[in-house]
Design a protein around this ligand. Structure first.
Ligand code: IPE
Ligand code: MG
Length: 223
């Protein structure tokens, strides 16, 4: 969800106003995914690298996250959305963790869209954590190192319960992955739009999904 800062700057507003506008775009996107019967939507909300930002911006983002979760939980329940989270969640402030776990619990019984927030998430860190988890399983004698394959490693990642993404939408025109779901995106279709995240509407989402529908996925094979 890139471009909040540029959106604010273009209007002479502080960056946090861009993040607030971005939170509104999330609502549209979640609603749109519900209508399209998308099963999983992962939002890259805060990266492991975002901790390098000024303290004030980090604090505002964490407050916004808590406010968003608190305010939107009834709506998530009403729309049958199940909230989940991936990343080094224990890096988040206590109060954010508490609110996050509250919303996760309160939406656990929903079986519509699974909305996954990537928070303090880094793809390389996830792979490192996956390796550590595998080593632990070997030490405990649960698995033998000869058994390690792609499928097994996938089960040691934060995303073990979710399928690999079919489509990546990147806003604000940047042509990079920025350490997002590196392992999982081997065969993900990429879609880049110049629109800044706060300007991304349901219509833009539908356009991306339509374009996805025209792609031919061969996974390295032939037709
Ligand atoms: C993305 O918008 C939102 C978060 C990282 C939370 P940016 O803050 O990266 O916006 P730009 O890139 O400065 O425009
Ligand atoms: Mg950015």
């Amino acid at each position: 969800m890139d471009g909040n800062g540029r959106w604010a700057k273009a209007r002479g507003l502080p960056r946090i106003k861009g993040h607030e506008a971005g939170a509104q775009a999330v609502r549209e996107c979640v609603e749109g995914c519900g209508e399209l019967k998308v099963e999983y939507l992962t939002l890259y909300a805060f990266s492991a690298e975002n901790w390098q930002r000024p303290k004030g911006e980090i604090l505002s983002l964490m407050r916004l996250l808590e406010k968003f979760l608190k305010e939107k939980t009834p709506e998530l329940i009403e729309k049958n959305v199940r909230l989940q989270a991936i990343g080094r969640l224990t890096d988040l402030p206590e109060s954010s963790q508490e609110q996050l776990h509250k919303t996760i619990e309160q939406t656990a019984g929903n079986n519509g869209l699974t909305l996954i927030l990537a928070l303090s998430y880094g793809g390389r860190l996830e792979i490192i954590d996956g390796i550590k988890s595998l080593l632990r399983a070997i030490e405990l004698g649960h698995i033998d190192k000869g058994m390690i394959d792609v499928e097994m490693f996938s089960k040691h990642l934060y995303t073990r319960y979710y399928p690999d993404p079919d489509l990546l939408i990147r806003t604000s025109g940047e042509m990079r992955l920025s350490n997002f779901l590196l392992w999982q995106m081997s065969y993900t279709e990429l879609y880049v739009t110049p629109k800044l995240w706060p300007d991304f509407t349901k219509k833009d989402l539908f356009a991306a999904v339509e374009e996805y529908g025209r792609r031919q996925r061969r996974y390295g094979g032939v037709e």
